[in-house]
Design a protein around this ligand. Structure first.
Ligand SMILES: Nc1ncnc2c1ncn2[C@@H]1O[C@H](COP(=O)(O)OP(=O)(O)OP(=O)(O)O)[C@@H](O)[C@H]1O
Ligand SMILES: N[C@@H](CCO)C(=O)O
Length: 301
Protein backbone atom coordinates (compact mmCIF):
# COMPACT_ATOMS: atom_id res chain seq x y z
CA UNK A 1 0.00 0.00 0.00
CA UNK A 2 1.33 3.44 -0.92
CA UNK A 3 2.30 5.54 2.13
CA UNK A 4 0.53 8.79 3.05
CA UNK A 5 2.66 11.84 2.36
CA UNK A 6 2.61 14.81 4.72
CA UNK A 7 1.91 18.16 3.09
CA UNK A 8 4.38 20.34 5.02
CA UNK A 9 8.05 20.85 4.04
CA UNK A 10 10.78 19.55 6.37
CA UNK A 11 14.34 20.75 6.92
CA UNK A 12 17.03 18.27 7.88
CA UNK A 13 20.51 19.06 9.24
CA UNK A 14 22.97 16.38 8.14
CA UNK A 15 26.47 16.32 9.63
CA UNK A 16 29.89 16.07 8.06
CA UNK A 17 31.74 12.95 9.17
CA UNK A 18 35.30 11.74 9.32
CA UNK A 19 35.71 8.04 8.58
CA UNK A 20 38.54 5.64 9.41
CA UNK A 21 40.18 7.95 12.03
CA UNK A 22 43.42 6.21 11.10
CA UNK A 23 43.16 2.49 11.84
CA UNK A 24 39.36 2.00 11.67
CA UNK A 25 39.18 1.58 7.90
CA UNK A 26 35.57 1.12 6.70
CA UNK A 27 34.41 0.69 10.31
CA UNK A 28 34.88 3.83 12.42
CA UNK A 29 33.27 7.23 11.89
CA UNK A 30 32.93 10.48 13.83
CA UNK A 31 30.14 13.00 13.30
CA UNK A 32 31.16 16.67 13.29
CA UNK A 33 29.16 19.72 14.32
CA UNK A 34 29.23 21.16 10.80
CA UNK A 35 27.06 20.16 7.90
CA UNK A 36 24.49 20.61 5.17
CA UNK A 37 20.79 21.45 5.32
CA UNK A 38 18.15 19.86 3.13
CA UNK A 39 14.62 21.24 2.82
CA UNK A 40 12.20 18.90 1.08
CA UNK A 41 8.51 18.81 0.25
CA UNK A 42 6.28 16.24 -1.42
CA UNK A 43 4.74 18.65 -3.93
CA UNK A 44 4.20 19.29 -7.65
CA UNK A 45 5.11 16.73 -10.28
CA UNK A 46 8.51 15.23 -11.05
CA UNK A 47 11.71 15.99 -9.16
CA UNK A 48 13.39 19.39 -8.89
CA UNK A 49 16.47 20.17 -6.81
CA UNK A 50 17.93 23.62 -6.10
CA UNK A 51 21.43 23.85 -4.69
CA UNK A 52 23.14 26.74 -2.93
CA UNK A 53 26.68 26.72 -1.56
CA UNK A 54 29.08 23.89 -2.37
CA UNK A 55 28.25 22.25 -5.70
CA UNK A 56 25.76 24.91 -6.91
CA UNK A 57 25.83 24.97 -10.75
CA UNK A 58 27.71 21.65 -10.82
CA UNK A 59 25.36 19.11 -9.29
CA UNK A 60 22.36 17.74 -11.22
CA UNK A 61 18.95 19.24 -10.47
CA UNK A 62 16.82 16.18 -11.30
CA UNK A 63 16.24 12.73 -9.81
CA UNK A 64 19.91 11.81 -10.32
CA UNK A 65 20.98 14.32 -7.64
CA UNK A 66 22.32 12.21 -4.74
CA UNK A 67 19.88 13.66 -2.17
CA UNK A 68 16.90 13.13 -4.49
CA UNK A 69 18.04 9.65 -5.54
CA UNK A 70 18.43 8.66 -1.87
CA UNK A 71 14.99 10.07 -1.05
CA UNK A 72 13.44 8.07 -3.90
CA UNK A 73 15.19 4.88 -2.69
CA UNK A 74 13.82 5.55 0.80
CA UNK A 75 10.27 6.18 -0.52
CA UNK A 76 10.50 2.88 -2.44
CA UNK A 77 11.55 1.11 0.77
CA UNK A 78 8.51 2.64 2.53
CA UNK A 79 6.07 1.51 -0.17
CA UNK A 80 5.90 4.21 -2.85
CA UNK A 81 6.92 7.63 -4.16
CA UNK A 82 5.01 10.92 -4.11
CA UNK A 83 4.03 12.32 -7.53
CA UNK A 84 6.38 15.26 -7.06
CA UNK A 85 9.35 16.25 -4.96
CA UNK A 86 10.91 19.67 -4.34
CA UNK A 87 14.33 19.76 -2.66
CA UNK A 88 16.52 22.68 -1.62
CA UNK A 89 20.09 21.96 -0.52
CA UNK A 90 22.23 24.44 1.42
CA UNK A 91 25.66 22.83 1.24
CA UNK A 92 28.71 23.58 3.37
CA UNK A 93 30.63 20.27 3.38
CA UNK A 94 33.36 20.31 0.73
CA UNK A 95 33.05 17.56 -1.88
CA UNK A 96 35.56 14.77 -2.48
CA UNK A 97 37.73 15.94 0.44
CA UNK A 98 37.15 13.14 2.96
CA UNK A 99 34.55 14.92 5.09
CA UNK A 100 31.62 12.69 4.25
CA UNK A 101 29.76 14.93 1.80
CA UNK A 102 28.19 12.00 -0.04
CA UNK A 103 27.10 10.34 3.21
CA UNK A 104 25.55 13.60 4.45
CA UNK A 105 23.61 13.79 1.17
CA UNK A 106 22.49 10.14 1.32
CA UNK A 107 21.57 10.05 5.00
CA UNK A 108 20.03 13.54 4.90
CA UNK A 109 17.90 12.43 1.93
CA UNK A 110 16.77 9.23 3.64
CA UNK A 111 15.86 11.06 6.87
CA UNK A 112 14.03 13.76 4.86
CA UNK A 113 12.00 11.10 3.02
CA UNK A 114 11.15 9.42 6.30
CA UNK A 115 9.93 12.74 7.74
CA UNK A 116 7.64 13.28 4.74
CA UNK A 117 5.81 9.99 5.22
CA UNK A 118 3.19 9.38 7.89
CA UNK A 119 4.65 6.76 10.24
CA UNK A 120 7.99 6.99 8.42
CA UNK A 121 10.07 6.11 11.48
CA UNK A 122 8.13 2.84 11.81
CA UNK A 123 8.25 2.04 8.07
CA UNK A 124 12.00 2.73 7.83
CA UNK A 125 13.61 2.41 11.28
CA UNK A 126 17.27 3.35 11.78
CA UNK A 127 18.40 -0.28 11.43
CA UNK A 128 16.95 -0.46 7.90
CA UNK A 129 17.87 3.13 7.01
CA UNK A 130 21.49 2.32 7.84
CA UNK A 131 21.64 -0.69 5.51
CA UNK A 132 19.96 1.31 2.74
CA UNK A 133 22.39 4.22 3.16
CA UNK A 134 25.41 1.89 3.19
CA UNK A 135 24.19 0.17 0.02
CA UNK A 136 24.00 3.53 -1.76
CA UNK A 137 27.37 4.75 -0.38
CA UNK A 138 29.16 1.42 -0.86
CA UNK A 139 30.59 1.16 2.68
CA UNK A 140 29.10 1.78 6.12
CA UNK A 141 31.46 3.98 8.16
CA UNK A 142 30.47 7.54 7.20
CA UNK A 143 26.76 6.81 6.86
CA UNK A 144 26.64 5.23 10.33
CA UNK A 145 28.13 8.37 11.90
CA UNK A 146 25.91 10.66 9.81
CA UNK A 147 22.79 8.77 10.88
CA UNK A 148 23.58 8.08 14.54
CA UNK A 149 26.03 10.84 15.51
CA UNK A 150 29.00 10.48 17.84
CA UNK A 151 31.69 7.89 17.34
CA UNK A 152 30.34 4.91 15.45
CA UNK A 153 31.70 1.47 14.75
CA UNK A 154 29.92 -0.25 11.89
CA UNK A 155 30.06 -3.79 10.58
CA UNK A 156 28.37 -5.77 7.83
CA UNK A 157 26.96 -9.28 8.13
CA UNK A 158 25.84 -10.51 4.72
CA UNK A 159 23.79 -7.51 3.52
CA UNK A 160 22.82 -6.21 6.93
CA UNK A 161 24.73 -3.25 8.33
CA UNK A 162 24.88 -2.69 12.05
CA UNK A 163 26.59 -0.02 14.11
CA UNK A 164 27.15 1.01 17.67
CA UNK A 165 26.99 4.66 18.69
CA UNK A 166 29.43 5.80 21.36
CA UNK A 167 28.91 9.35 22.69
CA UNK A 168 32.22 11.24 22.75
CA UNK A 169 33.60 14.68 23.46
CA UNK A 170 36.30 15.56 20.95
CA UNK A 171 37.73 18.70 19.39
CA UNK A 172 39.38 18.43 16.02
CA UNK A 173 41.03 20.63 13.43
CA UNK A 174 40.42 19.75 9.79
CA UNK A 175 42.89 20.98 7.20
CA UNK A 176 41.14 20.97 3.84
CA UNK A 177 43.48 21.17 0.84
CA UNK A 178 42.50 22.99 -2.34
CA UNK A 179 42.45 19.77 -4.40
CA UNK A 180 39.90 16.95 -4.57
CA UNK A 181 40.35 13.18 -4.51
CA UNK A 182 37.23 11.11 -5.08
CA UNK A 183 36.59 8.14 -2.81
CA UNK A 184 36.52 5.88 -5.88
CA UNK A 185 39.98 7.04 -6.91
CA UNK A 186 41.35 6.60 -3.37
CA UNK A 187 39.83 3.11 -3.03
CA UNK A 188 41.28 2.03 -6.39
CA UNK A 189 44.79 2.56 -4.94
CA UNK A 190 44.36 -0.04 -2.20
CA UNK A 191 45.99 -3.47 -2.63
CA UNK A 192 43.94 -6.66 -2.60
CA UNK A 193 46.07 -8.13 0.19
CA UNK A 194 48.10 -6.69 3.05
CA UNK A 195 50.77 -8.24 5.28
CA UNK A 196 49.31 -10.09 8.26
CA UNK A 197 51.49 -8.05 10.64
CA UNK A 198 49.98 -4.78 9.32
CA UNK A 199 46.45 -6.09 9.76
CA UNK A 200 47.25 -7.26 13.29
CA UNK A 201 48.75 -3.88 14.20
CA UNK A 202 45.72 -2.03 12.84
CA UNK A 203 43.30 -4.19 14.82
CA UNK A 204 45.14 -3.34 18.04
CA UNK A 205 45.29 0.38 17.27
CA UNK A 206 41.59 0.52 16.35
CA UNK A 207 40.68 -1.12 19.65
CA UNK A 208 42.92 1.34 21.47
CA UNK A 209 41.25 4.27 19.72
CA UNK A 210 37.94 3.59 21.47
CA UNK A 211 39.66 3.95 24.84
CA UNK A 212 41.65 6.98 23.68
CA UNK A 213 38.50 8.77 22.51
CA UNK A 214 36.81 7.78 25.75
CA UNK A 215 39.14 10.19 27.57
CA UNK A 216 42.66 8.71 27.51
CA UNK A 217 43.97 11.50 25.27
CA UNK A 218 47.61 10.55 25.89
CA UNK A 219 46.94 7.39 23.83
CA UNK A 220 45.65 9.23 20.75
CA UNK A 221 48.95 9.36 18.86
CA UNK A 222 49.51 5.60 19.15
CA UNK A 223 45.81 4.89 18.64
CA UNK A 224 45.61 6.75 15.31
CA UNK A 225 48.48 4.85 13.65
CA UNK A 226 47.35 3.20 10.40
CA UNK A 227 49.05 0.67 8.12
CA UNK A 228 46.12 -0.41 5.94
CA UNK A 229 45.20 2.51 3.70
CA UNK A 230 46.85 5.91 4.19
CA UNK A 231 50.31 5.19 2.73
CA UNK A 232 48.84 3.28 -0.22
CA UNK A 233 46.79 6.35 -1.08
CA UNK A 234 49.66 8.81 -0.83
CA UNK A 235 50.28 8.99 -4.61
CA UNK A 236 46.87 10.68 -4.98
CA UNK A 237 47.42 13.06 -2.04
CA UNK A 238 51.17 13.54 -1.61
CA UNK A 239 50.90 16.96 0.12
CA UNK A 240 48.32 15.66 2.58
CA UNK A 241 50.33 12.55 3.41
CA UNK A 242 53.47 14.62 3.91
CA UNK A 243 51.68 17.16 6.15
CA UNK A 244 50.07 14.38 8.21
CA UNK A 245 53.41 12.58 8.63
CA UNK A 246 55.13 15.80 9.72
CA UNK A 247 52.42 16.48 12.32
CA UNK A 248 52.68 12.92 13.66
CA UNK A 249 56.47 13.20 13.91
CA UNK A 250 55.82 16.27 16.06
CA UNK A 251 53.56 14.23 18.34
CA UNK A 252 50.22 15.44 16.93
CA UNK A 253 47.55 12.72 16.45
CA UNK A 254 46.88 13.39 12.77
CA UNK A 255 45.11 11.19 10.23
CA UNK A 256 43.87 11.36 6.67
CA UNK A 257 40.14 12.07 7.07
CA UNK A 258 38.02 9.45 5.28
CA UNK A 259 39.37 8.73 1.81
CA UNK A 260 41.27 12.03 1.93
CA UNK A 261 42.74 14.39 1.08
CA UNK A 262 41.72 16.40 4.21
CA UNK A 263 44.02 15.97 7.22
CA UNK A 264 42.31 15.78 10.64
CA UNK A 265 44.01 16.26 13.98
CA UNK A 266 42.57 15.76 17.42
CA UNK A 267 43.19 18.87 19.48
CA UNK A 268 43.18 19.78 23.16
CA UNK A 269 42.44 23.18 24.72
CA UNK A 270 41.97 26.49 22.87
CA UNK A 271 45.71 27.24 22.83
CA UNK A 272 46.45 23.84 21.30
CA UNK A 273 43.76 24.42 18.67
CA UNK A 274 45.16 27.89 17.83
CA UNK A 275 48.68 26.47 17.51
CA UNK A 276 47.44 23.73 15.19
CA UNK A 277 45.41 26.16 13.06
CA UNK A 278 48.54 28.27 12.58
CA UNK A 279 50.25 25.28 10.94
CA UNK A 280 47.79 25.16 8.07
CA UNK A 281 49.63 25.02 4.73
CA UNK A 282 49.20 28.03 2.43
CA UNK A 283 46.06 27.78 0.32
CA UNK A 284 44.39 25.22 2.60
CA UNK A 285 41.37 25.93 4.81
CA UNK A 286 41.72 25.05 8.48
CA UNK A 287 38.57 24.69 10.58
CA UNK A 288 38.27 23.95 14.30
CA UNK A 289 35.26 21.70 14.91
CA UNK A 290 33.65 19.73 17.71
CA UNK A 291 32.30 16.22 17.45
CA UNK A 292 28.52 16.01 17.71
CA UNK A 293 26.62 13.18 19.31
CA UNK A 294 23.55 13.89 17.18
CA UNK A 295 23.06 12.48 13.68
CA UNK A 296 20.94 13.79 10.80
CA UNK A 297 17.72 15.23 12.22
CA UNK A 298 14.72 17.40 11.46
CA UNK A 299 15.30 21.01 12.52
CA UNK A 300 12.15 22.73 11.16
CA UNK A 301 8.53 21.75 10.77
N1 LIG B 1 25.34 17.44 -1.03
C1 LIG B 1 25.50 16.72 -2.14
N2 LIG B 1 24.55 16.70 -3.07
C2 LIG B 1 24.68 15.96 -4.18
N3 LIG B 1 25.76 15.21 -4.46
C3 LIG B 1 26.75 15.20 -3.56
C4 LIG B 1 26.66 15.95 -2.37
N4 LIG B 1 27.78 15.73 -1.67
C5 LIG B 1 28.54 14.90 -2.40
N5 LIG B 1 27.93 14.57 -3.55
C6 LIG B 1 28.45 13.71 -4.61
O1 LIG B 1 29.44 12.87 -4.02
C7 LIG B 1 30.74 13.17 -4.56
C8 LIG B 1 31.78 13.14 -3.47
O2 LIG B 1 31.73 11.89 -2.85
P1 LIG B 1 33.04 11.14 -2.40
O3 LIG B 1 32.56 9.88 -1.76
O4 LIG B 1 34.00 11.04 -3.54
O5 LIG B 1 33.71 12.09 -1.33
P2 LIG B 1 33.24 12.57 0.11
O6 LIG B 1 31.95 11.89 0.46
O7 LIG B 1 33.24 14.05 0.11
O8 LIG B 1 34.44 12.07 1.01
P3 LIG B 1 34.63 10.78 1.97
O9 LIG B 1 33.64 9.75 1.55
O10 LIG B 1 36.04 10.35 1.77
O11 LIG B 1 34.39 11.27 3.35
C9 LIG B 1 30.60 14.57 -5.15
O12 LIG B 1 31.54 14.76 -6.19
C10 LIG B 1 29.15 14.55 -5.65
O13 LIG B 1 29.05 13.86 -6.89
N1 LIG C 1 36.26 4.05 4.56
C1 LIG C 1 36.08 4.86 3.38
C2 LIG C 1 35.67 6.25 3.79
C3 LIG C 1 35.46 7.18 2.64
O1 LIG C 1 34.13 7.27 2.29
C4 LIG C 1 37.39 4.89 2.62
O2 LIG C 1 38.41 5.18 3.25
O3 LIG C 1 37.39 4.63 1.42
Amino acid sequence: MSPRFLSRPVTIASPATSANLGPGYDAMGLALAYGDEITAEAAGAGVRVDVEGVGADQLPTDETHLVAASMLAAFDAMGGRPPGLRVRCANRIPHARGMGSSSAAIVGGIVAARELVEGGARLLPDTEALSLAARIEGHPDNVAAALLGGLTIAWVDLDVVEAVHIPVEASVVVFVPPYEVSTDEARALLPGDVPHADAARNAGRAALLVTALGGRRELLLAATQDDLHQAYRSPAMAESFEFMSELRQNGVPAVISGAGPTVLTFSGDAADTDALMARSPTGWTARALEATNVGARRIHA
